[in-house]
Design a protein around this ligand. Sequence first.
Ligand code: HEC
Length: 128
Amino acid sequence: MKYGLLSLLVIGLVSATVSEDKPAAAYEPTHFFRTQILPILKTRCFECHSEAEGQDDGGLVLDSKAGWIEGGDHGPAVVPKNIGKSPLIRAILSHDPGTVMPPDDPLPPLEIALLQTWVLLGAPDPRE
Ligand code: HEC
C-alpha cells in the first residue's frame, strides 16, 4: 500500500484545483482521462492490449472503454471506485514477475498513482 498515500496526494491536488474558480475545466473528468490516463495506456499497454494493433494478450484490450469493461480472461479489468478489486490496479502493483504489468518494466510510482486516482474517480472514460 505504499502508493496509497501518493494517490491520496494526487486526488488532493485534483480536488484542490477543482474547487478554484477558473482552472476547474483543466480537471474535468474527460480532460483528466485524455491528458493523464490515455497517454499512460498508449505508451505502456497498447503494445500488447490494443484491438487496433491486433494484440489482446490475456484477452484484454485497453484501446476502448468496452475493452476494460468486458475485460480479459479473468473478467472486467476495472471496478470503478474500487482499486482493491480492479485487476488492472492489482496487475500494476504486483511484485510477482509472472503477473506484473507491464511485464519486465514496472510503472513509475506517479503513473501508478494516476491510474489509481482514475479508478477512484469512477474511471471516467469518454471513448466510444
Ligand atoms: C509486453 C506485453 C504486455 C504489456 C506491455 C502489457 N501487458 Fe498486460 N498482459 C500481457 C499478457 C501476456 C497477459 C496475459 C497474462 C496471463 O494470462 O498469464 C496480460 C494480462 C493482463 C491483465 C489480466 C487480464 C485478464 O483478465 O486475465 C491485465 C489487467 C493487464 N494485462 C493489464 C495491463 C496494463 C494496465 C498494462 C499497461 C500498464 C499492460 N497490461 C501492459 C502482456 C502485456
